[in-house]
Design a protein around this ligand. Structure first.
Ligand code: ADP
Ligand code: MG
Length: 257
């Protein structure tokens, strides 16, 4: 497909729809993600957030609509093909990979990624070392994943995604099951990734932590996009308050968690 490439737009989603029988899990969703930005996607359980991520990352195929990454139409491509286009996704529930060390997981992800000058020039160990450093995982590189707590597993999962050299990171509930201190630790990592140019789209229910990271927010409800705007605009939107936020809206920007 011919696409006018806007260098500032990294990802474009156009009219994306996914039906499961009679249920429209994702209903005609369109948005653009600007390079270097962090976009938050929020909404009640069952709103279609994970399905939307699956459609973008090649885990599932849309019924209709397009996904365009850096000007390339990636609609319906396999997840490994999508990784080669620079899109990586983390999992809602990071689980241990039995009998694998952190180093092995990161190496496996790096070797299944698009070719990367850094890894080629300096070798796999140096490349893995850099990622581990960025995530604070150096002391755990030779640990087996069964030995790790939930926060370390989450960081390993982010590392696995990073090892594929993404331009765009899709994070599905990166703070779920984490303590306040652990949320701060992961948030710091995400801020650093953003500072080195990685664009992010993030689904999360821990709203105060999400709101501190994002530039824009999309709100979904029953598959539809009901709002899109700056964090402070979105939390004052009546439809969003009714569908999702309730009384949480008033405490969004001063609560500690
Ligand atoms: N593979 C599937 N088959 C049938 N229905 C599905 C499937 N995946 C998701 N759904 C349904 O689609 C809707 C959206 O689900 P999901 O994307 O997981 O929501 P969210 O991540 O916002 O909680 C839900 O009603 C869910 O039951
Ligand atoms: Mg979900």
């Amino acid at each position: 497909m011919s696409t006018a490439i806007d260098q500032d737009v990294i990802l474009e989603v156009r009219g994306l729809t996914r039906r499961f029988g009679g249920l429209v899990a994702v209903n005609d969703i369109s948005f653009q993600v600007r390079r270097g930005h962090v976009l938050g996607i929020i909404g009640p359980n069952g709103a279609g957030k994970s399905t939307l991520f699956n459609l973008i990352s090649g885990v599932d195929r849309p019924t209709s609509g397009r996904v365009v990454m850096e000007g390339d139409d990636i609609t319906g491509k396999s997840s490994s093909a999508v990784v080669h286009h620079g899109v990586a996704k983390t999992f809602q529930l990071a689980s241990p990979m039995p009998h694998m060390t952190v180093r092995q997981i990161l190496s496996l992800a790096a070797s299944s990624s698009r070719p990367r000058a850094r890894a080629r020039d300096r070798g796999m160990d140096a490349y893995i070392g850099e990622i581990a450093e960025e995530l604070g995982l150096v002391p755990l590189l030779d640990a087996y994943t069964e030995e790790l707590n939930v926060a370390a597993l989450r960081l390993v999962d982010i590392g696995r995604a990073l090892a594929t050299d993404p331009a765009l990171l899709l994070l599905d509930e990166p703070f779920s099951s984490l303590s306040q201190d652990e949320i701060e630790r992961v948030s710091t990592v995400l801020r650093e990734l953003r500072a080195r140019g990685i664009t992010m789209v993030m689904v999360e229910h821990k709203l105060p932590a999400l709101m501190r990271l994002v530039d824009e927010v999309i709100v979904m409800n029953f598959g539809e996009q009901i709002a899109h705007g700056a964090p402070r605009e979105v939390v004052e939107n009546e439809q969003v308050i009714e569908a999702y936020l309730g009384t949480k809206a008033t405490r969004m920007f001063d609560a500690p968690s």
